[in-house]
Design a protein around this ligand. Structure first.
Ligand SMILES: O=C[C@H](O)COP(=O)(O)O
Length: 324
């Protein structure tokens, strides 16, 4: 059903018993994380063909998202049409991509919109991701949150973006966090579980590291920064903390877990910066839709704009390109 990280030979994260020794007492120096994140991205630019290649890679890693209270079947269908054909034909022809089947990583919607997305994406191979578990706050009884996962999977979602109970992190109740994520993973069945940590609510980078580790120990297939609804969403210092947890978990268990920054990312430059962070910290193998997604409702438009500039030498006006 779902695509497995790095192909069929890489087994799914089975999870493990809660091992608090892997994260307790791990203080993370915020100024140092901020300096490292700034160094990773400042003064780094890639030009011309290289930039186009990085932008195309970002495009295939995008979870093209609509998560608005006024979402409708018609809006989701339009988004899916965009997911199937994310680039203007002028760009596709100029870059010789007619046979390349350029498409996004997934389309991400609310549970009641899943059926519209599944119908619109039929035959495309693009998976539908659904948020669930009382997104975005998650403050619903656990049985209802688990039922919401089963509903979304039943509607055809192949990926489930769950939210965690922030209180468990803020009170250091790691067992409760572990238990809820493990129960959510079981409810997902074959669908991939992406654990949204809502890092803007977690107060310290030590908490971000610990929550990342607990989610992975409980069997998460991806860890994701944010819902897009917190006051602070995806930031590079937080991302750095999470990818260090990914690296440590890989070193300790041999399992590669996916990473999804999400929320507030709008520009092609954002897409490049997040990829630079992963390349430097985890290596190129992680820059694949099986292990990396960019959760964004409005980033595709700027990527397309930059690619149009690359192939024509001029920026197209917003009206000429369909802005996602
Ligand atoms: O998971 C994806 C996010 O909700 C998208 O957030 P955004 O609307 O700020 O791009």
């Amino acid at each position: 059903m779902s695509r497995r990280p790095l192909g069929a030979n890489e087994p799914r994260n089975p999870g493990m018993a809660l091992e608090e020794a892997w994260f307790t007492g791990r203080a993370i120096n915020r100024p140092a994380a901020e300096r490292r994140a700034a160094r990773l991205t400042s003064g780094r630019s890639v030009k011309k063909e290289h930039q186009a290649a990085w932008l195309l890679n970002a495009l295939r890693c995008i979870d093209l998202t609509t998560l608005a209270g006024d979402d409708t079947g018609a809006r989701v269908k339009r988004l899916c049409a965009r997911a199937r054909q994310p680039l203007d034909p002028v760009i596709v022809t100029a870059l010789g991509l007619e046979e390349a089947q350029i498409r996004v990583g997934a389309v991400c919607v609310y549970p009641t919109m899943v059926r519209h997305a599944v119908a619109a994406l039929q035959g495309s191979g693009i998976p539908v991701a659904s948020v669930a578990t009382g997104f975005p706050a998650g403050l619903m009884p656990l049985p209802l949150r688990l039922e919401e996962i089963r509903y979304a999977v039943g509607e055809g979602a192949e990926e489930i973006d769950i939210v965690i109970t922030r209180e468990h992190v803020l009170t250091g109740n790691w067992q409760a966090l572990y238990d809820e994520v493990a129960a959510m993973r079981a409810a997902c069945g074959a669908a991939q579980l992406k654990a949204i940590l809502a890092t803007g609510d977690l107060q310290t980078l030590g908490n971000v590291y610990a929550a990342s580790m607990v989610a992975m120990q409980a069997g998460a297939d991806f860890i994701k920064t944010s819902t897009g609804k917190e006051a602070v969403n995806a930031t590079l210092p937080v991302g750095l903390t999470m990818v260090r947890a990914l690296r440590d978990y890989h070193d300790l268990t041999g399992h590669r877990i996916g990473f999804k920054p999400a929320g507030g990312m709008k520009s092609a430059k954002d897409a490049l910066n997040w990829q630079f962070l992963l390349r430097e910290e985890l290596g190129l193998a992680w820059l694949d839709p099986g292990l990396f997604r960019l959760g964004a409702s409005s980033m595709l438009g700027d990527i397309e704009r930059q690619l149009m500039h690359h192939v024509t030498g001029a920026y197209a006006s917003a009206e000429k390109l369909a802005l996602a």
